[in-house]
Design a protein around this ligand. Structure first.
Ligand SMILES: Cc1cc2nc3c(=O)[nH]c(=O)nc-3n(C[C@H](O)[C@H](O)[C@H](O)COP(=O)(O)O)c2cc1C
Length: 329
């Protein structure tokens, strides 16, 4: 039986499957079920910056009149399910007592000052790590790309300096120069980065001619850009790398590890399959693939397909469509 143990953010994990932030990681009952189903760690549902500034009722009123706050789409989708910061800390405490697997708290932050006290509370309540979800739409026409990155970096640095637990950063893929930004975050002392956050998409109802926020689950097709970027970034950062987005099978998890990820996050597959048994299925399929290939541990193949191992002109940097378009082999 291959050994699936891995390390992520300095935490020892029994396997490389982490359940990412969503309503499934928002209550003690389902977190216990996820642990029993075989998850190695969970990331709690994010708490959003807006929650620290207003209680839920005030927030509902403010959302009704403000369409510019694009970063709160997740909240719009299920406002009643969202709770204030103190409740979040209490929930974390309860989860900490109920399960043994590492719990990563998740905060969606724009301005660091709001989060320092709070991040310390999460640390004291037993968070094994904190994930900074930098989910924010840059809708200020006066702010250029460098300023957006500098602002994000400052948030990360400030929180990094205030807490002792590992910090991981969940990134959007929409940065102008992702590799350079990833290196800046690594140099700032983050212990990990998650590629990528997936924004809840706005949809348009043509009947009522209005917008709505639908839960939009991924398919394995979206995994490609995570694989490509992990393969490229892996050689340039010291920190852990997690892939989030499009992992639906053991084969997908093997792909994530082959390009150099330390763990794979899963979310949509749990909704699509409506059965936490899929966690063990993914792990069993990964083990079977490893046994077939003769791998006894993850380190024997992790990063085998990272960019620096593919310097023959056929790597992830190359725009493969050039080949397809010119019919070159
Ligand atoms: C219903 C739902 C709610 C989510 N809520 C959060 C959240 O609060 N914070 C966060 O960082 N990501 C959130 N996500 C994103 C997931 O954690 C994950 O990164 C994304 O769905 C891509 O992974 P997947 O392809 O396995 O679904 C949510 C996703 C879904 C489907």
């Amino acid at each position: 039986m291959p050994n699936l143990k891995t390390s992520y953010l300095g935490l020892e994990l029994k396997n490389p499957l982490v359940v990412s932030s969503s309503p499934l990681t928002d209550n003690v009952t389902s977190v216990k079920q996820l642990e029993e189903a075989g998850a190695a760690a969970i990331v709690m549902r994010s708490i959003f910056e807006e929650q620290i500034e207003a209680d839920v009722a005030e927030m509902a009123a403010s959302l009704a009149g403000d369409t510019s706050m694009a970063a709160i789409e997740y909240m719009r989708a299920d406002l009643l399910g969202q709770l204030g910061p103190e409740k979040y800390v209490e929930k974390l405490r309860a989860m900490r007592m109920a399960v043994k697997i590492p719990i990563i708290a998740s905060i969606n932050c724009v301005k660091a000052a709001n989060w320092i006290t709070y991040a310390k509370k999460l640390e004291r309540a037993g968070a094994d790590a904190i994930e900074l979800n930098l989910y924010h739409m840059p809708v200020d026409p006066e702010e250029d790309a460098a300023s957006v990155e500098a602002r994000r970096l400052q948030v990360v640095k400030t929180i990094r300096n205030e807490v002792k637990v590992p910090i991981t950063v969940k990134l959007s893929k929409h940065y102008t120069s992702l590799l350079s930004f990833a290196r800046m975050l690594d140099a700032a002392g983050v212990c990990g980065m998650v590629l990528f956050n997936r924004f809840l998409q706005t949809q348009i109802d043509t009947e009522t001619e209005s917008i709505f926020y639908a839960h939009d689950y991924s398919s394995p097709h979206v995994l490609h850009s995570q694989l490509r970027w992990t393969a490229v970034i892996r050689d340039w950062v010291r920190c852990s790398v997690a892939i989030s987005g499009g992992i639906h099978s053991g084969e997908d998890l093997a792909r994530a590890l082959l390009v150099g990820a330390d763990v794979g996050y899963v979310c949509s597959v749990l909704y699509v399959r409506e059965d936490f048994g899929v966690i063990q299925e993914i792990l069993d399929n990964l083990s079977a693939w490893m046994a077939d290939k003769g791998y006894a541990s993850l380190s024997e193949f992790r990063g085998k397909l990272r960019e620096s191992n593919l310097r023959d002109g056929n790597g992830f940097e190359r725009m493969q469509y050039v080949k397809a378009a010119t019919k070159l082999s």
